[in-house]
Design a protein around this ligand. Structure first.
Ligand code: FE2
Length: 285
């Protein structure tokens, strides 16, 4: 699912949760939730409501009285109570800026919905979980891994090409940065190689044929063609990698096909590619 579809789905989900609220103004709640969905990334909303759903009334009061650092510490402690997406939340808020965004989202949510926060968050979290299970029946983990392999090979091609094409006053820095983005340690070639070997070992050699992966890679390139800037195209591809990693992990787990090695690989890759997102964002800011 591309980021736009994910956002639209999040808006619809939140609006539905708002309209299902038993008391209060239905349309006002739906509007407030829709406003949240347009202000925050879907993944932030997903993790935020999961954290709120585990809170008690006294923790809500305590949370609102804490400074930002205290709030982040409290969120980290609550993460132990989130069974399904625990790893993903930990990877997501591993960076300071993200932890802060999550803390701000939760504070907004708690202030907006007061004592009803936990009830509403639980309802939204349940709907999200039902949606994940439904999605798993249609899209299996193998397809997600093939998409991931195609994305990584696309990125490898795109970074090398951009390394040649950069020009202007930032030429030398950019030339080196794009080289680092595919040659860094571990290099994208190493990441691609590990994934390909794991896929063959789990599903057989036919799942990684050029005929299976190439069309998927072409679709990924077409999806970012709306952007003419190669730096922004790279950022979109990296963000798609993060979303694909998360869904591959969740679906493989629900299928009972997540080996310890694959689990480790996906988490390590999420951290590695986070660094690429950081470099690209700093360059574009
Ligand atoms: Fe070179």
């Amino acid at each position: 699912m591309n980021p736009v579809h994910t956002t639209i789905a999040a808006v619809a989900l939140l609006a539905a949760a708002g309209s299902a609220k038993p008391r209060g103004s239905r349309s006002a709640t739906a509007a407030a939730m829709t406003a949240l969905a347009t202000r925050y990334a879907p993944v932030l909303i997903e993790y935020g409501v999961q954290v709120v759903a585990t809170m008690s009334r006294s923790q809500i009061k305590q949370y609102l009285s804490l400074d930002r650092k205290g709030q982040i510490d409290l969120i980290r402690r609550r993460l132990a109570f989130i069974p399904v997406s625990g790893w993903a939340v930990r990877a997501y808020i591993g960076k300071g800026e993200r932890a802060e965004s999550l803390a701000v989202f939760i504070e907004d949510f708690l202030r907006e919905h007061g004592e009803k926060s936990v009830e509403l968050a639980t309802k939204i979290a349940k709907q999200q979980a039902a949606k994940t299970v439904k999605g798993s029946a249609n899209q299996n983990g193998l397809h997600k891994l093939q998409h991931l392999l195609a994305l990584l090979r696309t990125l490898r091609w795109h970074y090398h090409t951009t390394h040649w094409r950069v020009q202007g006053k930032n030429f030398y820095g950019d030339h080196l940065m794009f080289e680092r983005l595919y040659k860094g340690d571990p290099s994208l070639d190493d990441e691609i190689d590990t994934l390909g070997e794991k896929m063959v070992s789990l599903y057989g050699r036919d799942v990684v044929t050029s005929q299976a992966i190439w069309p998927e890679a072409t679709r990924s390139l077409e999806a970012v063609a709306s952007q003419s800037c190669p730096y922004r195209q790279a950022l979109m591809l990296e963000q798609e990698v993060q979303q694909t990693l998360k869904s591959a992990h969740d679906i493989l787990k629900s299928e009972g096909r997540l080996t310890a090695g694959m689990d480790d690989y996906l988490i390590a890759l999420a951290n590695e590619r986070d660094t690429a997102i950081y470099l690209l964002k700093q360059r574009l800011s």
